[in-house]
Design a protein around this ligand. Structure first.
Ligand code: PLP
Length: 412
């Protein structure tokens, strides 16, 4: 069997290409001819199946070591299809720090269809166990599924897929993991006991901020037929050209992620000692980080990190003055992006909820790309200088030295 890096490039041929083309063709046909009325062809209609989509679905199933893969028109369409296998009255225990769009789909959409959603800190295994178990005496049935993300967003806390899946299975629940932030290059959740893996392929897998896509991989034929039914009946499939764009992105995943991680590490170290930075959140930070990651089945920390500026400094003054980092949501692409979670990715979460899970107003998220790390660090440096100058201007009437030292910072 070939190794992961080779699988990224080649995928599994779908066996319908006799031209010698080294890339699988993009089939734009929505319908396929029957030889005879009763001779059902391999493909009949594009929503039900398409060879270009098949290639991508087989490619991701191979990389995630699952039974079958499915491609959707976005990450949220993928999540919708997976969660639609449940029925009214089913309980789903959900990580309390998941992507805002997924949180909203669960709490504002699926709850309207009778799904019961309970948020829990998935790093607190005892709390997770209590939530999954429920409380039959008080009419709370055991959960049908645990839904969480490999790294939480934007604080990058590491969820232990093996431990969480073990708890889920103890009570007969499925373990469903959004693996967007690390991809199968850094972790294969199915091999650690999860049942379903979901990706916003819009991010690292496609990798160039030019396609919206979602992927699902399941373990076992039963789940495969349930998710296929949802894919075909809900119909949110990925179009052939987009399937090919994701396939091509996947070919360079390892190269891109290596550089993104290298850059993220360099930036995290720079931020760690910067006087305007109060805290850095990056699980790949020097020290015991690597070992902790390995213990949780992760080969690396990915390319996203976040940091908090010291009190009094306006994070918008940093963000508004970046040049190389583009001020934008999303992550995982070749170019570096920066954003303010409280006003951008997580603005829908009520402030009290945000603060409870540690998303402060001073928190900045960086999605690091493949540029030269020195240029990225210089970009941050000049933006910090401007933010500091603005701070001084705003406090011109105050005793600046006293203000800064009371914030626990020395800038001299
Ligand atoms: N899951 C995670 C972790 C995400 O960050 C996102 C989007 O940012 C999604 C799912 C949704 O994916 P999409 O935007 O492709 O629908």
């Amino acid at each position: 069997m070939t190794r992961f890096n080779t699988q990224l490039v080649h995928g599994l041929p779908v066996g319908d290409n006799n031209t010698g083309a080294v890339n699988p063709p993009i089939y734009n046909s929505t319908t396929y001819a029957f030889e005879k009325v009763d001779a059902m062809p391999r493909y009949d209609y594009a929503r039900s199946g398409n060879p270009t989509r098949d290639f991508l679905e087989q490619q991701i199933a191979q990389l995630e070591q699952g039974t079958r893969g499915f491609a959707f028109a976005s990450g949220l369409a993928a999540i919708h299809a997976v969660l639609s296998i449940f029925k009214p009255g089913d309980r789903i225990v959900v990580g309390d720090n998941i992507y805002g769009g997924s949180y909203s789909q669960l709490n504002e959409f699926f709850t309207r269809w009778g799904i019961l959603v309970e948020a829990v800190d998935t790093q607190d295994i005892a709390a997770l166990e209590a939530a999954v178990k429920g409380d039959r005496a008080n009419g709370i049935v055991p959960a049908q599924a645990v839904y969480f993300e490999t790294l939480t967003n934007p604080l990058l806390k590491v969820n232990d897929v093996r431990a969480i899946s073990t708890v889920a299975h103890r009570f007969g629940a499925l373990s469903i993991v959004d693996n967007t932030f690390v991809t199968p290059y850094l972790q294969k959740p199915l091999a650690l006991g999860a049942d379903v893996v979901i990706h916003s392929a819009t991010k690292y897998l496609a990798g160039h901020s030019d396609v919206n896509a979602g992927l699902v991989v399941v373990s076992g034929e039963d789940l495969a037929s349930r998710v296929y039914f949802a894919q075909n009946r809900l119909g949110g499939v990925l179009a052939p050209a987009e399937c090919d764009a994701v396939r091509r992105g996947i070919q360079t995943l390892a190269l891109r992620m290596d550089r993104q991680q290298e850059n993220a590490n360099a930036i995290a170290r720079y931020l760690l000692v910067h006087p305007l930075v109060k805290a850095v959140h990056y699980p790949g930070l020097p020290g015991a980080g690597d070992q902790r990651l390995a213990a949780k089945g992760l080969k690396g920390a990915g390319g996203v990190l976040s940091f908090e500026v010291v009190p009094g400094v306006d994070p918008a003054d940093v963000l508004n003055n970046l040049h190389l980092f583009r001020l934008a949501v999303s992550l995982g692409a070749v170019e570096s992006l920066a954003e303010l979670p409280c006003r951008m990715t997580h603005f829908e979460l009520p402030r009290e909820e945000r603060l409870k899970i540690g998303i402060t107003d001073e928190l900045v998220r960086l999605a690091v790309g493949i540029e030269d790390a020195n240029d990225l660090i210089e970009d941050l440096g000049q933006a910090f200088d401007i933010a500091y100058a603005r701070y001084i201007d705003r406090h011109a009437d105050f005793d600046v030295f006293q203000q800064l030292t009371s914030g626990g910072v020395c800038l001299i």
